[in-house]
Design a protein around this ligand. Structure first.
Ligand SMILES: Nc1nc2c(ncn2[C@@H]2O[C@H](COP(=O)(O)OP(=O)(O)OP(=O)(O)O)[C@@H](O)[C@H]2O)c(=O)[nH]1
Length: 212
């Protein structure tokens, strides 16, 4: 549905990628409905969700593209990278292999997301509610994120509604900052540069969020 003109100040398309079963759909569902359902079906292709937020007095419409992690849908999901404003890379902090796939996902985006260059990657470990089964240290995630110039690392739980809204709000805030940057030239005041990609030092550093 095309929103009415003037119904929002910003529309951001954010793509969610990562291995199968890391909990992408559950996170999106929690973000949209505030509920958690154990999901039976794997995503087929790409699902769309829209939610509006008010951020710093602006109406921000966030369109989330929840992609299938399964290999057999790769060709379909690749075709969406191009028009995303930002990408959230997701792994399951209780399954090390899903974290080790992250460089592969970054390659995918850089290869197929022609216009995503200069856009944002945010990095997210899911299932923090079962941290006793943790196979990925938060510090390791921060190191990897820093290496690749990613915006931030957040650990989320779709099950316990931890950091879910924060992931999307953080991404939207930084996209707004970039937008302002494009309008006015120059760099956002609290950014540093690494490998010529801006890395935002997030102003609010919470317990399970590192700024890279
Ligand atoms: N404990 C726990 N389990 C979760 C959480 N989020 C998702 N899960 C479980 O992880 C499994 C996979 O979740 P999905 O959301 O379907 O994973 P997905 O990444 O969308 O998978 P694909 O669609 O195949 O890409 C389900 O059994 C969920 O119940 C969470 O925050 N905590």
């Amino acid at each position: 549905v095309t929103p009415e003109r003037g119904a929002f100040d910003y529309l951001f398309k954010i793509i969610l990628i990562g291995d199968s079963n890391v909990g992408k759909t559950c996170v999106v569902h929690r973000f949209k409905s505030g509920q958690y359902h154990e999901k039976q079906q794997n995503t087929i292709g790409v699902d769309f969700t829209v939610r509006s937020l008010e951020i710093d007095g602006k109406k921000v419409k966030i369109q989330v593209w929840d992609t299938a992690g399964q290999e057999r849908f790769r060709t379909i999901t690749q075709s969406y990278y191009r028009s995303a404003h930002g990408a959230i890379l997701a792994y399951d902090l209780t399954r090390r292999s899903t974290f080790e796939s992250i460089p592969h996902w970054i390659n995918e985006i850089e290869k197929y997301g022609a216009t995503i260059n200069g856009s944002l990657f945010l990095f997210k470990g899911n299932k923090s509610d079962v941290a006793e089964n943790r196979q990925v240290l938060f510090e390791d995630a921060c190191t990897l994120a820093e290496k690749h110039g990613l915006l931030a690392v957040l650990e989320t739980s779709a099950k316990e509604a931890q950091n879910v809204d924060e992931v999307f709000t953080l991404m939207a805030k930084e996209l707004i900052a970039r937008n302002t940057l494009q309008l006015h030239g120059g760099h956002p005041p609290n950014s540093i540069y690494l490998d010529s990609r801006p890395v935002i030092v997030s102003p609010s550093v919470e317990k399970s969020q590192c700024s890279c």
